[in-house]
Design a protein around this ligand. Structure first.
Ligand SMILES: Cc1cc2nc3c(=O)[nH]c(=O)nc-3n(C[C@H](O)[C@H](O)[C@H](O)COP(=O)(O)O)c2cc1C
Length: 194
């Protein structure tokens, strides 16, 4: 087995860039399709492909954001002007947003938990596929991933869940490192070497 230094280097430095620190240009349709093809190459027990994508681009991001904002403002009429702007731009910070939608359902052999985890794997793979194409990426959920009232606006069907909204664009800032867990805190060793 030959060590892949470039892959180790990438994995050692991989970071998200917050969506509000992204700008145009975003990827075009052919690039997005290539990213989604790569993102779909994940472990998937039973080959169920229990996930799908919704790609938000262009002015539709603003229209959908405004519809989502109407819900947020109706729930909290005393939102600050700053938060109203945040709500009105939820899907328009990055040039491209991809919803990774879990279609997990009861199955005679594959637990739904495994199907949901496969959708999480798709999300991380899509973050990395975007990086591989030179774009910044950020995995967000935010309130509307968990609010059934937002689903018809977003195109999410009844019974589906949102694993993540993957924001993709050009980074306006360089990535900075953040603390990572200490292996001593999260690893238990069982058995001997070799
Ligand atoms: C499932 C999931 C949902 C997340 N949702 C949010 C969110 O709604 N808002 C937020 O600020 N960060 C959210 N994050 C965290 C961001 O993705 C954050 O940028 C990321 O943890 C940075 O880590 P990285 O640089 O190692 O990629 C979420 C992360 C995951 C895994």
């Amino acid at each position: 087995m030959k060590t892949d230094i470039r892959l180790i280097d990438y994995l050692s430095n991989r970071r998200s860039i917050p969506a509000f620190q992204m700008a145009a240009p975003g990827p075009g349709r052919a690039e997005i399709e290539q990213m989604l093809r790569l993102a779909s190459r994940v472990p998937d027990h039973g080959k169920l492909a229990p996930w799908r994508f919704i790609v938000y681009r262009g002015q539709e991001r603003e229209r959908i954001s405004a519809e989502l904002a109407r819900i947020a403002i109706a729930d909290k009429p005393d939102l600050s002007a700053e938060m109203v702007t945040v709500e009105n731009t939820r899907l328009s910070r990055a040039p491209v947003v991809v919803a990774v939608v879990s279609t997990a359902a009861p199955h005679f052999k594959v637990p739904e938990w495994e199907q949901l985890m496969s959708a999480g794997a798709v999300c991380l793979n899509l973050l990395m596929a975007a990086n591989a194409h030179g774009f910044a990426s950020n995995w967000l959920t935010e309130w509307f991933a968990f609010d059934a009232r937002a689903y018809p606006i977003l195109g999410v069907k009844p019974g589906e869940k949102v694993a993540g909204f993957i924001h993709i664009g050009t980074a306006m800032v360089p990535p900075t490192e953040r603390p990572r867990p200490d292996l001593k805190e999260i690893v238990s060793w069982v058995g001997e070497e070799g």
